[in-house]
Design a binder for this molecule. Structure first.
Ligand code: IPM
Ligand code: MG
Length: 360
């Protein structure tokens, strides 16, 4: 029996509600495949601020680094919004990404046939869409120096720096090619090279690396055009590789193709311990109402199994169970459809777990 020790940060808002369902899925995988998962819970974000005064306590960083992988819920909420920048819950998340050196963020946006009518976009445009958004996660304007607020009166200003080194670009672009090799062999590198020097270097490096992969088609797109093309004809994309802030924006947009942001999982890798989180955030408007869609977190569990623990058969089983649950007509409110059964967060989680166990 293989044993895996995982760190868990449930976080704020709907984080704890969806993480509970992710754990059900993991335990079902453990039972089915004869693995034992142990969990250690840590604080981050608003929950950490309330009890320790900082958004990322040292004990969390240490505990996570000692685990095989991190399953993360969500952080943030209105209660902590007016805190100074370095004390915001989000600062804790960014610091954790940096601490774990999680420079590559995989955000797959897959339109399931069962949900092709759940999106606001026409089904014929969406059907068959399967995009991997690969977002650089520890560089760019999120971390660039100088940054700050200075001056007074009308001269008071806020400033940030978009900066990318060749090293940072090269490693993420190489990963994009490696991922595309196992998919439809297309990489679209997204930048704003017509305006930004950082993007000019990005494009040069992507082009240079691309020459080493003659069997993969590399294209370049400006980010404004990419935002438009994503909703005009999403099927043209296979792997999209881009910087931190463009990836943040485009991955939210891509999530809407799938019907709901409540469907999108993510994996942040590159460092010694992988970091796995749904992309939807803490959703303060629906906290405690059992409305949250746990499928993003359960999909995240599949990514944790695949990329964090190298358990491919187990990952596929979780993805199959999600698919089967949707085929069987279960829906949370965000993906509700006529003729389907509306269920709450935990019934959805139970249904997927049952199918992982082969009993659904
Ligand atoms: C995301 C989120 C975060 C980000 C926030 C919460 C800091 O939007 O993971 O996409 O901007 O990276
Ligand atoms: Mg985001």
């Amino acid at each position: 029996m293989a044993q895996f020790h995982l760190s868990v940060i449930a976080g704020d808002g709907i984080g704890p509600e969806v993480i509970a369902e992710g754990i059900k899925a993991l335990n079902a995988v453990g039972d089915r495949f004869g693995h034992r998962f142990t969990y250690a819970n840590y604080l981050a974000g608003g929950a950490a601020l309330d009890s320790t005064g900082v958004p990322l306590p040292e004990a969390t960083v240490k505990g996570v680094k000692d685990s095989a992988a991190l399953l993360f819920g969500a952080i943030g909420g209105p209660k902590w919004e007016s805190l100074p920048h370095h004390l915001k819950p989000e600062a804790g998340l960014l610091k954790l990404r940096k601490e774990l050196d999680a420079w590559a963020n995989l955000r797959p946006a897959i339109v399931f046939d069962e949900l092709v009518d759940a999106s606001t976009i026409k089904p014929e445009v969406l059907r068959g869409t399967d995009i991997m958004v690969l977002r650089e996660l520890t560089g760019g304007i999120y971390f660039g120096q100088p940054r700050g607020i200075d001056g007074t009166g009308p001269q008071r200003r806020g400033f940030n720096t978009e900066v990318y080194s060749e090293f940072e670009i090269e490693r993420i672009v190489r990963l994009a090619f490696a991922i595309a090799a196992g998919r439809r062999k297309k990489v679209c590198s997204v930048d704003k090279a017509n305006v930004l020097e950082s993007s000019q270097v990005w494009r040069e490096v992507a082009t240079r690396v691309g020459k080493e992969f003659p069997d993969i088609a590399l294209s370049h797109m400006y980010v404004d055009n990419a935002a438009m093309q994503l909703i005009r004809d999403p099927k043209q994309f296979d792997v999209i590789v881009t910087g931190n802030i463009f990836g943040d924006i485009l991955s939210d947009e891509a999530s809407q193709l799938t019907g709901s942001i409540g469907m999108l999982a993510s994996a942040s890798v590159g460092g010694p311990v992988g970091f796995f989180e749904p992309i939807h955030g803490s959703a303060p408007d629906i906290v405690g109402q059992k409305k949250a869609n746990p499928l993003a977190t359960i999909g995240t569990v599949a990514l944790l199994l695949r990329h964090g623990l190298k358990l491919e058969a187990e990952a596929l089983m979780v993805e199959r169970a999600i698919r089967q649950t949707l085929k069987d007509g279960l829906r949370t409110g965000d993906i509700r459809q006529a003729g389907c059964t509306l269920v709450d967060t935990s019934i959805m989680g139970d249904a997927v777990a049952l199918r992982i166990r082969g009993m659904g």
